[in-house]
Design a binder for this molecule. Structure first.
Ligand code: M6R
Length: 366
């Protein structure tokens, strides 16, 4: 059942190229320049007339929602708020009929997300679900939706659900951008062609497993780790830290790189591994200077960079290269080595990777 892999998590990490293809298949017709998604097509005016989009989710799905915020605002110019479902449901939020709420959930059973949906519906908002489990409570409770076709995710640590959620959100953002005319035809076309390259690029990234394993063996005994990123990769930093926490029980924090100087940089010393996402587009120079600040305080740096990078390579203790892509799609690639890193550290520490202590696959109680 684990398909020859030692753990479901590793199997699911390796399923990502196929899962991403399954998610965009039939929806993205790259050569024709078309994105068709029934749940969006049938409700287009709701999306185009929305004052804003509110994304509600928990955990990893919330991280995907943060990537969604960057995607929707950048491509489709729609204001987005991303909310923890558990906070949203209890703070008397302002919701109107002109809001579109997108609920993201792998299981479709998360109690807080379900409650947030019910609240939004009661205030007249249009609620759209992005779920993996077909026929789940959230899929049934929403007005419309788009499934991530990731296939069953058994490992408690979410992996392929995350990348397919980002894939669905990218498709929606692109579709709305096309309808609104906020992206040029050429830019839209480039995005579609570039998305088609992602599965093979993920496949290629999975081949550097030994290199990541080697880095894991160097840092597995760390007591604390930091994950840094900016822009589209800030949520990836949060996700990298969550993955490490939940399966290896190592304390880890994700931060927007520029926030370091507002506090966390005080933690840096020679015992502190800092995983930094420093891909070539989007704030590259800024991230390089953040890396220098850490280096000058003796921090250990593992940087995720774009192939061919030379600047970061000189400063960082280790680099992990990802193939080049559009900045908006980098989370689909930068996530992969961070998943592998957490996986290998947890295995090396002898932890129960697929069923970490204190955690359940779906959180059906609040
Ligand atoms: O099924 P959901 O996507 O609604 O679950 C949300 C979180 O409970 C989930 O993402 C959790 O954070 C994972 N264990 C993270 O790996």
């Amino acid at each position: 059942e684990k398909g020859g892999y030692d753990h479901f998590m590793l199997k699911e990490i390796h399923e990502q190229p196929k899962a991403i293809i399954d998610t965009y298949r039939g929806r993205m017709l790259a050569d024709e320049g078309i994105i068709r998604m029934a749940g969006i097509d049938d409700n287009l005016p709701k999306f185009l007339n929305a004052d804003r989009i509110i994304i509600v989710a928990c955990g990893t799905s919330w991280h995907a929602g943060l990537v969604g915020e960057y995607l929707f605002e950048d491509m489709a110019r729609i204001p987005v708020e991303v909310e923890y479902a558990s906070e949203f449901r209890y703070r008397n939020p302002i919701i109107t009929e002109k809001d579109v709420v997108i609920a993201i959930s792998q299981s479709g059973e998360t109690a807080d997300t379900l409650a947030a949906i019910k609240l939004a519906k009661s205030k007249g908002a249009f609620v759209f679900g992005v779920c993996n489990v077909v026929g789940s409570s959230i899929a049934r409770e929403t007005h419309a939706g788009a499934y991530t076709h990731a296939g069953p995710e058994i490992g408690v640590a979410s992996t392929k659900a995350f990348t397919t959620q980002i894939t669905v959100l990218s498709l929606i953002a692109l579709k709305l951008a096309k309808e609104k005319g906020t992206l040029s035809k050429a830019a839209f076309q480039t995005y579609l062609q570039t998305m088609q390259l992602i599965p093979a690029q993920v496949e290629k990234l999975l081949e550097i497993d030994e290199h990541v394993k080697n880095i894991a063996s160097i840092y597995k005994d760390a007591k604390n780790c930091l994950y840094l990123g900016r822009g589209f990769n800030f949520p990836v930093a949060l996700e990298g830290a969550l993955k490490l926490k939940e399966i290896s029980y190592i304390h880890a924090e994700g931060y927007p790189a520029a926030e370091m100087k507002h506090g966390p940089i005080a933690l840096i010393d020679e015992n502190m591994p800092v995983f930094v996402i420093a891909t070539n587009k989007g704030h590259y120079e800024k991230v390089v200077s953040n890396i220098q600040e850490i280096k000058s305080r003796s921090g250990k740096i593992v940087a995720v960079v774009t192939e061919g990078d030379t600047t970061v390579k000189e400063i960082a203790d280790h680099v992990i290269e990802i193939p080049d892509t559009e900045e908006a799609f980098t989370p689909l690639l930068t996530t992969i080595p961070l998943q592998l890193l957490s996986y290998h550290i947890a295995v090396m520490l002898g932890k129960n990777v697929d069923q970490p202590r204190n955690l359940a696959k779906s959180v059906t109680v609040e």
